[in-house]
Design a protein around this ligand. Structure first.
Ligand SMILES: [Zn+2]
Length: 199
């Protein structure tokens, strides 16, 4: 079973007659085993990939991960297509719960918290807005250079949805004019900026 299983139920929910909809889709994504995440027609990457770990298992695993990633792109694109077709005022946020170190800094393909490496903390983050959404008046700021952590994502979702809650903080919404960059907490009081020495 692949992630395309989510498209049909999404279509059904989009057809439902409700004024406002909040839809959460949890994908298998590119979780291990990578080779189980895509159909045969997505077995595209086969040549020798770039890695400092020069052995067949690394090459094979990286290729499988890249194939899984390609299929994941197709799924995200399909979700965007479906929402786009509804011609509504909509947005889509895509992110993953963690990254993966696939023979990048480690001679392995893995993710874990205790001794996390940079690729395990760096995650994709996509924000898509429908044409209708884009044409509404708002004061949002679209700045892809802003440093952000999923720890604050609830504030961005609230902001984009035009809702508020006790504890809502515009400083923590990545699209808000008053957004403030803070060092990102990754584990036990350690910060991304300190551990990975990046500004
Ligand atoms: Zn995960």
């Amino acid at each position: 079973m692949f992630d395309d299983k989510v498209i049909e139920p999404l279509k059904q929910v989009l057809l439902e007659d409700a004024k406002n909809k909040f839809i959460v889709i949890h994908l298998m994504g590119t979780h291990f085993n990578y080779s189980n995440r895509y159909p045969p027609e997505y077995d595209i990457f086969k040549t020798k990939p770039v890695t400092k770990f020069k052995h067949d298992l690394a090459y094979k695993t990286i290729n499988e991960y890249d194939n899984a990633m390609l299929y994941n792109d197709y799924i995200i694109n399909s979700i965007i297509d479906e929402v786009s077709r509804t011609d509504t005022e909509s947005f889509i946020i895509y992110f993953s719960d963690h990254g993966e170190d696939v023979y990048e800094t480690l001679n392995a393909a893995n993710h874990y918290e205790a001794n996390g490496t940079k690729p395990m903390f760096d995650i994709p983050f996509i924000l898509w807005l429908s044409e209708n959404y884009k044409s509404t008046e708002n004061s949002f700021v679209w700045d892809t250079e802003r440093k952000y952590s999923l720890e604050s994502i609830i504030h961005t979702i609230a902001d984009l949805s035009n809702i508020t809650f006790a504890g809502y903080n515009p400083d923590e919404s990545i699209v808000n004019p008053s957004f403030k960059e803070i060092n990102r907490n990754i584990l036990n009081g350690k910060y991304y900026e300190e551990v990975f020495n990046e500004e």
